[in-house]
Write a protein that binds this ligand. Structure first.
Ligand code: AMP
Ligand code: MG
Length: 330
């Protein structure tokens, strides 16, 4: 059974779970239309609220640990956005009574910390397009020690058992710590964990690709060519966010490619988009590298600047996928 007795792992689970529950509340309330017109989209409010809450929890629990997170509050400090900040404050106060717009802005901006030997990285809502569609998104939180991911947590409100898309279901909390395996439980707080294992598929033609909905985040035509090079005959699984890594870890999908999109040839992956997912993949028995087969290098600050794209597989299919990537020049 997973060792939950490290303070870090208990904290990571609690923080990601609380943020996901807050985000869910925001989505429910805003979709029901109780906020006035002129408020920003629910995703903006939920994104900032999630980062503020986790940052506050981190500073209270591990005050010396830096946070490297996606958002910063500068856009909220201009008059047009005061109403947005007020809405964020209203929601964060449901969890932290004495929060105000000033303290919340400070918590958000703690996400600009410089990465050190030991730091946390956060995507407060990964898969914002999925969130807006009411589909898949994740709170993605990870601890990086000496350039290596040590703990990763994904909180996925619309995923069941870490493997099935289930809108409005029990949700999934997925956690991995280096050397301890990958585990999942629901978002209700039952804390009954079951272990995740990647699939045992070895035949390239049977590879279930885990694909994004957003064409701009990859190179769709190259991805199709890779499928042809591998002779793939099975349907892909499509969803937004790092929830893809959970499905890979649970054995319900086999390969995830982040190719370089034609529109952004110099794009480098953000660490918060890969840290939690990468350790969950590895601890479930899978493999993750960049498109050239190099290990992901988390020592380079806010991006994986030394890596080009990402390939994550169940391990068995990794070489075949790398060969296919090479053969199409991706
Ligand atoms: P997905 O849910 O798979 O579509 O991926 C969502 C993530 O893609 C977001 O968290 C973005 O940070 C990231 N992203 C944005 N632009 C790009 C890009 N040009 N290439 C790869 N990923 C991107
Ligand atoms: Mg993201």
């Amino acid at each position: 059974m997973i060792e939950l007795n490290s303070a870090e792992i208990r904290f990571a689970l609690k923080a990601a779970r609380q943020a996901a529950l807050l985000v869910k509340d925001i989505q429910t309330e805003m979709v029901s239309g109780s906020l006035t017109k002129g408020d920003k989209s629910p995703v903006t409010i939920a994104d900032f609220a999630s980062q503020a809450l986790i940052s506050h929890l981190l500073q209270s629990t591990f005050p010396n640990d830096p946070l490297v997170a996606e958002e910063d509050s500068s856009a909220l400090q201009i008059p047009e956005n005061y109403q947005t900040l007020a809405a964020i404050t209203k929601f964060v106060k449901t969890r932290i009574k004495n929060a105000n717009s000033e303290s919340i802005s400070k918590w958000i901006d703690y996400g600009n910390s410089k990465p050190t030997n030991r730091f946390w990285t956060l995507d407060p809502i990964d898969g914002t397009k999925g969130f807006l569609r009411g589909e898949q998104y994740a709170v993605a939180f990870a601890l990086i020690i000496q350039g290596r991911v040590d703990i990763g947590v994904l909180a996925c409100p619309n995923l069941a058992d870490g493997r099935t898309q289930n809108i409005g279901g029990p949700g999934s909390l997925i956690v991995a710590q280096r050397g301890q395996g990958a585990w999942t439980t629901d978002l209700f707080g039952s804390m009954q964990f079951s272990q995740l294992h990647v699939s045992e598929i070895t035949e390239p033609t049977q590879t279930r690709f885990l694909r994004s909905f957003e064409a701009g985040h990859t190179n769709v035509s190259q991805l199709d060519l890779i499928g042809q090079a591998m002779g793939v005959t099975v349907e892909p699984v499509r969803l937004d966010s790092q929830a893809k890594y959970s499905i890979l870890a649970a054995g319900a999908g086999d390969a995830l490619f982040r190719l370089i999109s034609e529109k952004a040839p110099n794009y480098r992956e953000k660490i918060w988009d890969q840290a939690a997912g990468s350790i969950i993949c590895e601890e479930a028995g899978g493999k993750i590298t960049d498109l050239d087969g190099n290990l992901l290098d988390f020592t380079q600050g806010r991006t994986l600047s030394k890596n080009r794209g990402v390939l994550a597989t169940n391990g068995f299919l990794h070489n075949a996928a790398l060969e296919a990537i090479k053969s199409v020049g991706a």
